[in-house]
Design a protein around this ligand. Structure first.
Ligand code: PLP
Length: 384
């Protein structure tokens, strides 16, 4: 990536830089590829990034949004997303969050348990409304991803197991203030192969037949998100392969006449357009190692500490200056935790105090997960 480093002079570091052009190109690709399948509708999983400019661009491109909290529902409505394109998932919806979504008349609640279904019915009844609901089913598909981001195995807090589905459907049909409109799935995140999605389709095909045998017709199937990004080669693969992703669903999933297929893409929409830009505070020589100490740490980007995630590290000042010589460094942050480390034995151009470093592919689950740990400020955004 060519960083507009001339615009970075004087900006307080660390900050998140978002490349508007890449975001727009990514959204254009999503829209072009999804439009090949008239029944497909794409939502953006808001939890990946809520920068106001980023959200505005996504809204402009016509995507709906998938929320997992009342705060996210509020954020989306404020950003201008129509309530008719807002869906609300999550295992622990509080009463105020359900009420807020009922008042806004959102498109659908993705329900994750029997007691939640009962509470939505009760709160909707109090308002004289009928809430549209989809049941989040746990399809027991192994997403082959990190254990903290796999969500579709049966021993998982998310969703309702297939064995319990009949009871939940019977209840939804009985309750007067909920209307069952669909089934919802989400098997995990950062999936780089299509096979688990094809397995998900097989499960859904069987479930649909079963549900139809109970006399239920579903308006929507929602398959969640999960498409991964290339964290190792962000310049070679700046835009995920949405074409193959959508075609795989078209090939394997048997949709019914008039039925819509919903997607909730988070990471794949915003990952590559964002980088965390940080300044080198010190280059410290140990006995056998050299450390590059950044002014960004795990409070700004927690993914390496939380998921052992990899982010490419680039010294963009040295690149701009054409520095050819390289050295090997551990690249660490200033936080008082040993896990506050962005890379070990990284080969970088010879690095000095004051250089700007980019931690690449940080647009998803980066800034939004920043914290005040060590009384640090939340990094600002620069969108160019
Ligand atoms: C997080 C989440 C998503 C988005 O997942 P990505 O891997 O970022 O695409 C979609 N749906 C639900 C219910 C989620 O919780």
């Amino acid at each position: 990536m060519n960083f507009p480093i001339e615009h970075f002079a004087g900006v307080k570091t660390p900050f998140y830089y978002y490349d508007k052009n890449l975001l727009q190109k990514t959204l254009d690709t999503i829209n072009t590829e999804a439009a090949k399948h008239p029944a497909f509708r794409v939502h953006y999983a808001v939890k990946a990034n809520v920068d106001p400019t980023v959200l505005g661009i996504i809204n402009q491109s016509g995507l709906g949004c998938d929320c997992v909290s009342g705060g996210e529902v509020e954020t989306c409505l404020k950003a201008g997303f129509p309530a008719s394109k807002v869906v609300f998932a999550g295992v622990g919806k509080a009463d105020w969050e359900i009420n807020l979504a009922l008042d806004a008349d959102i498109a659908c609640f993705n329900v994750e348990s029997i007691p939640e279904l009962e509470v939505i019915d009760e709160l909707a009844a109090a308002k004289g409304k009928v809430a549209r609901v989809a049941i989040r089913v746990n399809p027991n598909v192994d997403a082959h991803t990190h254990k903290y981001i796999t969500t579709g195995l049966s021993e998982n807090k998310f969703g309702i197991s297939m064995e319990m589905l009949d009871d939940v459907i019977a209840l939804a049909v009985k309750l007067k203030n909920v209307k069952l409109i669909g089934l919802h799935f989400h098997i995990g995140s950062q999936l780089l192969e299509l096979e688990p999605f094809a397995m998900l389709c097989d499960r859904i095909n069987k479930l649909q037949e079963h549900v139809e045998s109970m006399g239920i017709r579903l308006e929507t199937i929602n398959v969640g998100g999960g498409l991964g990004c290339d964290y190792v080669n962000p310049d070679e693969n700046p835009i995920p392969d949405f074409g193959s992703f959508f075609d795989n669903y078209a090939k394997h999933l048997q949709l019914r006449e008039g039925q819509e297929l919903h997607f909730e893409l988070g990471r794949s929409v915003v990952c590559q357009c964002g980088s965390l830009i940080s300044k080198v505070l010190y280059v410290k020589e140990g006995l056998n190692k050299k450390f590059v100490i950044l002014d960004a740490g795990m409070s700004d980007l927690i993914r390496p500490a939380l998921y052992q995630a990899h982010h490419n590290i680039e010294n963009i000042s040295a690149e701009a200056a054409g520095v050819q010589d390289t050295d090997k460094y551990d690249v660490v942050g200033p936080i008082c935790e040993s896990s506050d480390c962005f890379g070990t034995d990284e080969v970088l151009p010879v690095t000095k105090r004051g250089d700007l470093v980019a931690l690449r592919s940080a647009g998803a689950y980066g800034q939004i997960m920043a914290s005040h740990y060590n009384c640090r400020a939340i990094p600002a955004s620069v969108v160019l």
